[in-house]
Design a protein around this ligand. Structure first.
Ligand code: PBG
Length: 323
């Protein structure tokens, strides 16, 4: 086949119907997970400044929202908790009556068909806001594992369908798998945030979860965003430790990692379209600089095209109206 003029790629771009027919990547609401933030109280709804359209909600409100989400066709949520109190042992993370555990029990009851994923991390529950146990200015790896494992088990006990460790300590997947299995939760999968970069794009989330570290930063445990080969080693090790699926984050700045992980590992690949990716578009759209719907759909399509099977996104709810 000769090139131009015999070949004209514009032929299939001529009409919307032709473009629709040959489109390679489509967004499907069933591939989306919507993040929810549970906070103490009743009837509480605290809109988040940096995450337009998203709010911290008390458990009763979350249950209402979950019902609404099911009605829209969103069948999976990722739960985060904002506890009333924090301490040096992150007790609220694995408290039987902790905020996420309460939310889980309420959602299991109200929306039994909703897939309930939980973020397993200590930062929201630690007085210092780090994802692990602190000694001086060190984040101590091995001591953190026990707390993370206890947290995962308590989520499973409260009804989580899958746990998602996001702390980036070495060995946490193995520790969590061992603890889940010894408590008879061998059926609960681990979606590991395997390749999580120390990213500036988590900024709005830290306001939402009130989890900014009080000293230093997360660069001694989260990955250097410059390293793609190391990201694949993280994925490989987590699979060896028993991860059932891999999560890569942030999404848009990591499209190469998503594509490489897709090619290399035959497990479900999740991508987290994080708070900053969402907030940037929201802020620009609010100023009339771009069209939010088109920019959001283009972002999410790029993440899917790179190879993500599942996308965690703050746009999931709006997407239901757009699709
Ligand atoms: C908890 C956690 C974070 C995010 C998900 N889980 C924050 C962080 O690591 O600082 C970020 C999510 C987002 O930005 O939307 N460790």
């Amino acid at each position: 086949m000769s090139a131009f003029p015999a070949t004209r790629l514009r032929r299939f771009r001529r009409t919307g119907a032709l473009r629709e027919l040959v489109r390679e990547t489509r967004l499907d609401l069933r591939d989306f997970v919507y993040p929810l933030f549970a906070c103490p109280g009743t009837g509480v709804e605290k809109p988040l400044e940096g995450l337009a359209g998203i709010a911290q909600q008390s458990v009763d409100r979350l249950a209402d929202e979950a019902e609404q989400l099911m009605g829209l066709g969103i069948g999976a949520v990722l739960l985060f908790g904002i506890p009333a109190e924090r301490d040096e042992a992150a007790s609220g993370a694995y408290d039987e009556d902790g905020i996420v555990q309460q939310a889980l029990r309420a959602l299991v009851e109200r929306t039994p068909n909703m897939v309930l994923l939980t973020d397993v991390c200590l930062c929201e529950y630690m007085s210092h806001g780090h994802c692990g146990v602190v000694d001086g200015d060190e984040i101590v790896n091995d001591l953190s594992l026990e707390l993370l494992a206890k947290t995962a088990v308590s989520h499973a006990e409260a009804g989580a369908h899958a746990v998602c460790p996001s702390d980036m300590m070495d060995g946490r997947v193995g520790a969590i798998r061992g603890a889940l299995d010894s408590e008879s939760f061998e059926q609960v999968p681990i979606v590991s945030y395997a390749a999580k970069a120390a990213s500036a794009f988590y900024g709005p989330f830290r306001e939402a979860a009130e989890s900014a570290p009080s000293f230093g930063d997360r660069r001694s445990y989260q990955m250097d965003p410059a390293n793609a080969r190391e990201a694949l080693r993280e994925c490989e090790l987590d699979l060896q430790e028993g991860a059932d699926a891999l999560m890569i984050k942030p999404a848009l700045p990591s499209l190469d990692v998503i594509a490489a992980a897709r090619a290399r590992f035959d497990v479900p690949i999740f991508a987290y379209n994080v708070s900053g990716e969402y907030a940037m578009v929201k802020a620009a759209a609010a100023r009339g600089w771009l069209d939010e719907r088109t920019a959001a759909m283009e972002s999410l399509t790029a993440v899917k095209r790179a190879g993500a099977d599942v996308i965690v996104s703050y746009w999931a709810k709006e997407l239901a109206g757009w699709l």
